[in-house]
Write a protein that binds this ligand. Structure first.
Ligand code: ARG
Length: 570
């Protein structure tokens, strides 16, 4: 695709004293108000260099570049040079390319030959997979998709929380009060109930804690009976998690979680010692981080057992050695900010300069309208239940609205689950948000169903246009027929999509893509509303169908980057 901004910099450069083309480039603006042009160049900065008043400079530049064929019109307004594109030429370039590249429009190869690890979801074994986990799961999946689209080699890791003293308690509780059938039928609810019972009983009888500790030691030592139970809990939990991943269409390349690093820890502790970083503190081993104004990192407890951070240090080193990553991204709640700050500093102190390539991507809290959650008090909202409810409600809406679909079940699934994903990715990730059913499933707001519906509408127009017109639009079209304000506004947004995707990747912020496809959907609907598309005039019809194809492609590609389906009928 032609990079118009660069082209404009080339055009401006000869007429601007004292600034290089590459300095001019970032100064070119896209005015929010299109009556001020498609691009604008502010001249304030030039006043000193050119020793003239900015409006005078703007006027001079405008006159000098007016004749360029890329522009339909160039104006100077106060200190600005406002540039209006030749709409037909612009439309021709953009729409043609989007149709040609189809699924690959917006794809890039900037990441070629570089490996990026995206770690996300990472729930804890035998604990509920609840609505709070949606965030890491869905944001992480989208970040993975964006990096993949940008040409990086990606590795998706689910760093399962499958290690720790709680498994001693769990095994102890299972042996006392559990039964196999229940665990198979409802693994997490059953295991959780045993675990809760353990805590109740341990209040009365503290010796249970010792028993559990002894069991954990056996587990750590690899005693077959304990390992077998732990493995079984893990498998059953994962089976339950996988049901949710299947619904969301999410997969991983690796489920190496905390337990995977248990045998890699002694070496890490030794390395920390060798590098003179470990300090004893009441029997525990810590790394001091005073120089960074951070509390110390606790590496081993007084009984010698390792901690969450120890396993994360081991994991980072393992990942560097195994994947030689360009970036190692952790999509984990902002509650763990301190943990990741400490962890990164420790890795830096160990002398690993790749600590800077490890990125914690935090996000805010989600709460439910109906009230807060509390695992301990059993007020848990399971993610699976939320997804099922979204599908059910969507099915009802589909029936009421008489939505055009041959397969109600599939459409309800794609739209219902898509709605939850879209909602999740609508705001800046760092913001806390309240999950509201009305907002999620609204077909008219800035929601998933709205964007999917717009995509289906485009598909329906194309079906009505017929194969012959689409084929001829692919061959070529008269772009002067798609230069109306609403067509031009739509084409501009389509043109920006590749930049938007790159920016979303750089900022680890899928919501940038979400917002942009909402803008595109709105612009498309405005175009649809303002203009008759399937007109009698073949030339005009073909050009408009070409634009509809381009819009459909971009919306579909955008939805895919969010991890959503784009049904063709709705
Ligand atoms: N299992 C943890 C939790 O649920 C999240 C793990 C995050 N990843 C990491 N490498 N520490 O809180």
């Amino acid at each position: 695709m032609i990079n118009y901004r660069e082209k404009i910099a080339d055009i401006l450069a000869p007429h601007i004293e004292g600034l290089e083309r590459d300095e001019i480039l970032p100064m070119i603006e896209v005015p929010a108000d299109s009556s001020k042009g498609d691009y604008a160049f502010p001249c304030f900065k030039l006043a000193k260099i050119m020793r003239k008043a900015p409006p005078m400079i703007a006027k001079g530049i405008a006159e000098a570049i007016e004749g360029e064929k890329m522009f339909q019109k160039v104006e100077s307004v106060n200190a600005y040079v406002n540039m209006f594109m030749s709409k037909a030429e612009f439309a021709d370039n953009v729409v043609k390319e989007v149709i040609e590249k189809d699924e690959d429009f917006g794809r890039s190869d900037i990441g070629a030959g570089r490996t990026v690890i995206v770690e996300y979801s990472s729930p804890n074994i035998a604990k509920p997979f609840h609505i709070g986990h949606i965030r890491s799961t869905v944001i992480g999946n989208s970040i993975y998709k964006i990096y993949d689209f940008l040409g990086y080699d990606t590795i998706r890791i689910n760093h399962l929380g499958d290690y720790g003293t709680q498994f001693g308690k769990m095994i102890c509780a299972y042996r006392k009060w559990g039964n196999k059938e229940d665990v198979i039928r409802e693994p997490i609810k059953s295991l959780l109930s045993y675990y809760t019972k353990f805590h109740e009983e341990a209040e009365k009888d503290p010796s249970l804690e010792d028993e559990a500790r002894a069991i954990f030691v056996r587990l750590e030592n690899g005693e077959p009976e304990e390992v077998e139970l732990w493995q079984w809990f893990r498998d059953e939990s994962l089976r339950e998690f996988n049901r949710v991943y299947d619904m969301l269409g999410i997969t991983f390349d690796s489920y190496n979680g905390e337990s995977f690093y248990s045998d890699k820890m002694p070496a890490v502790v030794q390395e920390l010692k060798d590098k003179g970083l470990l300090v004893e503190d009441n029997g525990a081993q810590i790394v001091k981080l005073d120089q960074f104004d951070l509390p110390p990192a606790l590496i081993t407890k007084s009984d010698g057992s390792t901690l969450y951070i120890t396993r994360d240090i081991a994991a980072a080193i393992y990942r560097k050695n195994t994947y030689d990553f360009y970036k190692n991204i952790y999509v984990v709640a902002s509650q763990q900010n301190l943990h990741f700050q400490q962890w990164k500093k420790v890795i830096g102190l160990m002398g690993y300069d790749w600590a800077d390539d490890c990125v914690h991507v935090p996000f805010g809290l989600v709460s439910m309208e109906e009230g807060t959650m509390s695992t301990r008090q059993g007020r848990v909202i399971f993610l699976e239940d939320v997804l099922n409810r979204a599908v059910e409600q969507t099915r009802k809406i589909i029936m009421e609205k008489n939505v055009n679909t041959e397969n109600v079940d599939e459409t309800a699934r794609e739209v219902g689950i898509g709605a939850v994903i879209f909602n999740e990715l609508s705001n800046y990730r760092i913001k806390d948000y309240v999950f509201s059913w009305d907002k999620v499933l609204n077909f008219e707001g800035e929601t998933g169903p709205y964007v999917q519906y717009t995509h289906a509408r485009a598909c329906s127009i194309l079906r009505n246009a017929g194969e012959a017109v689409m084929a001829s639009a692919k061959e070529g079209f008269d772009a002067s027929r798609i230069t109306s304000d609403s067509a031009h506004a739509l084409i501009k947004l389509i043109y920006e999509m590749p930049e938007v995707i790159a920016e979303a990747g750089e900022k680890y912020e899928p919501s940038i893509v979400t917002r942009h496809i909402v803008d595109i959907a709105q612009a498309f609907n405005k175009f649809y509303h303002d203009e008759h598309i399937l007109v009698d005039d073949e030339t005009e019809k073909t050009a408009k169908v070409a634009l509809v194809m381009a819009a459909r492609n971009v919306i579909r590609n955008g939805l895919d980057l969010l991890g959503m389906k784009a049904p063709e009928k709705m």
